[in-house]
Design a protein. Structure first.
Lengths: 417, 284
């Protein structure tokens, strides 16, 4: 180092570099302190609970804690033949404990998830167990019901021993771990979840496509019309956007019902016979129509804001260079709107994939989506761990879409309204 | 949209087809809302147009469903409206407060880990509502806040803040920071500077973020369905139950009121947007 750098000092004699760094750090802390309250609030009430969902979805401690002695004695059992007397005895003791604490109902629900048929035999066992004599529990339990003498049921209990399980995720994909511990598909006629996942993707895809096809022309019109007309037409986009989702769903229920306005109109113009009105609600048609209309503004607004920035002179230049209007549109205008298309499609697709209210009201059985299944398990079956698992699978899907989008278009290219 | 005289015929036809397509889409967007108005004045108990209504017979129209909405026996709408407004107002205040302060920090160029923090702050807007609903429900159940107003307000603050953060950061992006420096050089303390200088300038953004938060809370049904007990019923919950169980025209009367409310909000939001653009010097 030949060149000597002269240290610049501030008035109080501190090197400028140090003083600047100190000020910088102070600014950083100041900025962070402003963000901290909201960040902390969201971490506690929102981000950690999502982590809690993850714990719940793999957590299987419930059964582990209900049958502690049984699982301890089962450790030595290889699972090939009927378990030894020791297992029966500890199972009897565990079970009596649960009956005393009135928790045996939960056990039967849980075991029934693993294998059907536990509910009735546990009920029977509870009744008979009162009169059990001490010793030789194996024969006494096996005499209660022939299924207690079936080694399959004991293997099913043993499968619930680990405190963590992937079974909820497998169930969400219509798979399960069989007796040998292999992952297999459930029978063809019971694969309800795969159908739902595919249907969710299908509906989200086609709703996005329909929204795009409808939004593109009107966004273009709004962006090219003179201000005084476009402001008026913009209301047609913004009013639905600000109106309650339930109000809009209600209006579709009125329109699409069998005696509704749309059917009346079809009868009037002679498209369908009065006694043969088509079902347009409580099926996929209803879901498609209502969701497209409800999500359309989310496609129009990003498209509009991008198109608004495209100078009309570009189109004129293209034409003056000899392009026909269609060629100029395709080669010049369309590529410039891609950020808007990307933002709109991403927004609509992600909103559609997690839609719940509209499909539940107008979808019927064939038009419901995966969200409806999650809500069903949260509210009706109370299988919260399964609901969490499905929710996280959906979340993983959504994050994957963001990731792919970021790779393809770049998340910074998004422009919102 | 007048076409130049020299336009060739097939482009001329295409242009009219294009206008026609646009008209159809606009009709599809807006027409469903207008079905609700006339049907809410239906004198009969059906949700379709009666013969009398089609012939514009005055007897076929009545205000009975509006009366039922306000005075009906055992009617849930009064309580629901009260709850909805209380929850929405507190949720809006909370979101605006937390969101604005966070946006101030976020738009500082000294903010560390900006991308990650921003992603976290707007995550409630990105994650599908049903998942947010499940997660928030788990938290509120553990904290003993399920089926309380407080729980619902907190949930709506979570859902509302991203909108405030986004609108206020957008407003601050055009903000001239030299005015705050000028204020401090003239001896003003940071709080005073914020109240007297920054806040008035970013107010349109804050208010429109607040409007978003208000509407989000006022319309929100997915999370409330998990959280609310009988006491915490809100307008969206009542509509949801009504639409699922007994579809009565009273719902249409409520819907009409809600459409009027959203029109008012739309007008306010638009006026604010224009004012904000004027203040930021963006001319369109």
């Amino acid at each position: 180092m030949s060149r000597e750098t002269k240290q610049i000092l501030t008035t109080d004699g501190v090197p400028l570099e140090v003083s600047l760094k100190k000020a910088e750090r102070k600014n950083k802390i100041k900025a962070f302190l402003l963000v901290a309250p909201l960040l902390l609030f969201l971490l506690i009430t929102y981000i950690f609970p999502i982590g809690d969902m993850l714990m719940r979805s793999v957590d299987d401690k419930m059964v582990t804690e209900m049958l502690p002695k049984t699982f301890k004695s089962m450790e030595k059992w290889d699972g090939n033949e009927m378990p030894p007397e020791e297992v029966f005895e500890s199972f009897y003791l565990d079970f009596q404990m649960l009956v005393e604490e009135k928790r045996d109902g939960r056990l039967s629900t849980q075991l029934n998830y693993t294998k059907n048929g536990f509910k009735s035999i546990l009920k029977k066992l509870r009744r008979k167990a009162k009169n059990f004599e001490e010793g030789n529990y194996k024969e006494q339990i096996m005499a209660v019901h022939k299924r207690w003498a079936d080694v399959e049921y004991w293997r099913a209990i043993k499968r619930r021993a680990p405190a963590y399980t992937s079974s909820k995720y497998l169930k969400g994909m219509d798979m399960y771990k069989n007796e040998e511990g292999k992952i297999v598909n459930v029978e063809e006629d019971r694969r309800i979840h795969r159908i739902l996942w595919l249907r969710t993707l299908e509906i989200a895809f086609f709703v996005t496509l329909l929204c795009f096809l409808m939004a593109y022309p009107i966004a273009h019109l709004l962006a090219t019309l003179p201000m005084k007309y476009s402001n008026l037409l913009m209301i047609c986009v913004l009013l639905p956007f600000w109106t309650s989702l339930l109000v809009r769903t209600a209006s579709w229920m009125i329109l699409l019902q069998q005696q509704g306005v749309v059917n009346d109109f079809f009868v009037m113009i002679g498209l369908v016979a009065d006694d043969n009105r088509p079902e347009m609600m409580y099926n996929k048609t209803g879901t498609y129509v209502a969701m497209t209309q409800i999500l359309l503004p989310f496609m129009v607004l990003p498209l509009y804001s991008v198109m608004k920035t495209i100078s009309p002179s570009l189109m004129r230049a293209g034409k003056s260079l000899g392009g026909t209007p269609f060629v100029t549109f395709w080669k010049v205008y369309f590529p410039l709107t891609i950020p808007g298309i990307g933002a709109g499609c991403l927004l609509v697709f992600i909103l559609a994939i997690g839609y719940y209210i509209t499909p539940a009201l107008v979808g019927g059985a064939s038009g419901t989506l995966i969200s409806n299944q999650i809500a069903f398990h949260m509210k009706s079956t109370l299988d919260w761990s399964f609901a969490s698992a499905m929710g996280l699978m959906l979340l993983a899907g959504v994050l994957a879409i963001y990731w792919i989008y970021n790779k393809l278009v770049g998340i910074d290219n998004i422009k919102l309204g | 949209m007048a076409l130049p005289k020299y336009t060739e015929p097939h482009y001329r036809i295409w242009h009219y087809v294009y206008i026609f397509i646009c008209a159809c889409v606009f009709f599809f967007l807006i027409a469903p809302l207008f079905v609700i108005f006339p049907l809410s004045f239906n004198a009969e108990e059906f949700l379709s147009f009666s013969e009398g209504m089609k012939n514009l017979d005055p007897d076929a129209f009545s205000l009975r469903w509006y009366k039922d909405m306000i005075y009906g026996t055992k009617n849930p709408w009064g309580l629901a409206a009260k709850n909805s407004f209380i929850i929405a107002i507190f949720a809006t205040l909370g979101s605006v407060l937390l969101g604005t302060v966070a946006a101030l920090g976020l738009s500082s160029r000294h903010m560390p880990y900006k991308g990650l923090v921003m992603a976290t702050l707007i995550s409630p807007m990105i994650v599908p509502l049903i998942i947010s609903g499940v997660a928030i429900f788990f938290f509120m159940a553990k904290a003993g806040l399920a089926a309380t107003h407080t729980g619902i307000v907190l949930a709506h603050i979570i859902l509302g803040t991203p909108f405030v953060v986004i609108t206020v950061t957008a407003t601050l992006s055009g903000f001239d920071h030299s005015v705050t420096r000028a204020a401090s050089s003239l001896g003003s303390d940071p709080v005073n500077t914020f109240m007297k200088i920054t806040l008035p300038l970013i107010l349109p953004g804050v208010i429109s973020g607040g409007l978003f938060a208000f509407v989000t809370s006022f319309d929100e049904v997915v999370v409330v369905l998990f959280l609310a007990g009988l006491e915490n019923t809100t307008i969206p919950i009542q509509m949801w139950t009504g639409l699922r169980e007994q579809l009565s025209p009273t719902i249409l009367a409520v819907a009409t009121c809600l459409i009027i409310l959203s029109t008012l909000i739309l007008v306010t939001a638009e006026l604010l947007r224009r004012r904000s653009e004027r203040l930021r010097g963006i001319n369109r």
